[in-house]
Design a protein around this ligand. Structure first.
Ligand code: FPP
Length: 236
């Protein structure tokens, strides 16, 4: 059932922070925080798509800096990606185009293959898009785009040209960016795409960011006055 709110984002992005702290506060190992985080993520993605009709969801699942975490944790996360990107995805998200954002050449080969396979199989789906950042860096995304532009010998570079060479090519920019667990920074996520996004930093850790929290966030979005650099019109 679609939840009625007057003004909803077209493109919502999540920095899913606080899995480790959530686990620690329960006396669990960090990896169990990621497990709970994935379960929460699946619920929230479905709620965005089917509950609110938000067509584009972007998620920061693993940054280029996350390789510096302990091996056990990195391996656990890679296993989560392996499972998530398996064939089950097609049935779980029947109307969704999958889009991996990140440097695939730096991923374990089998994960890169699974991601590419999903992108190929879902490329003609038009209802929803899931952009998943794995081995992602916003600065690298811009560097990759610039190098492609040079290779293509494009002489006159505009904003549109840059947008067309990002991982999100063809998509509208991010309207609403949510980072859980209280940290108020972007950590290199979608630097270009969030130029005019509204930001929301709830204190709860990601595994606790439930349906009620999501509703509260979207209610807050209603109250934001987005002016995109223009002057606000006087109310009569
Ligand atoms: C940040 O919390 C979370 C991550 C770096 C990893 C998030 C990834 C997942 C939940 C897995 C998603 C999986 C798929 C398949 C999409 P943190 O570990 O930095 O938490 P902390 O700041 O409390 O330590």
């Amino acid at each position: 059932m679609q939840k009625e709110l007057k003004k909803l984002p077209t493109h919502i992005a999540f920095i899913i922070d606080g899995n480790g702290r959530w686990a620690k506060s329960r006396g669990l190992i960090r990896s169990l925080g990621h497990k709970a985080g994935l379960s929460r993520l699946e619920k929230n993605i479905k709620e965005c798509f089917y509950g609110y009709g938000i067509p584009i969801v972007s998620v920061y699942a693993f940054s280029t800096e996350n390789w510096n975490r302990p091996n056990d944790e990195v391996n656990y996360l890679m296993d989560l990606f392996r499972k998530y990107l398996g064939k089950g995805f097609l049935k779980k998200y029947p109307e969704t185009r999958f889009n991996l954002m990140g440097d695939m050449s730096g991923l374990p080969e089998d994960i890169a293959k699974k991601a590419q396979n999903l992108m190929d199989l879902t490329k003609d789906r038009t209802k929803f898009i899931l952009n998943l950042g794995i081995n992602y860096s916003g600065q690298d995304e811009l560097v990759i785009a610039v190098n492609k532009i040079i290779e293509e010998k494009i002489e006159h570079v505009t904003r549109q040209v840059i947008s067309d060479h990002l991982f999100t090519r063809g998509q509208p920019p991010v309207d609403f960016m949510i980072r859980t667990s209280g940290e108020q920074r972007l950590s290199n996520f979608m630097l270009w795409q969030v130029a005019y996004a509204e930001f929301y930093f709830p204190k709860v850790h990601w595994p606790a960011f439930n349906s009620k929290q999501l509703y509260k966030a979207l209610l807050e979005y209603q109250s934001r006055d987005r002016r995109f650099g223009a002057i606000k019109e006087e109310k009569k």
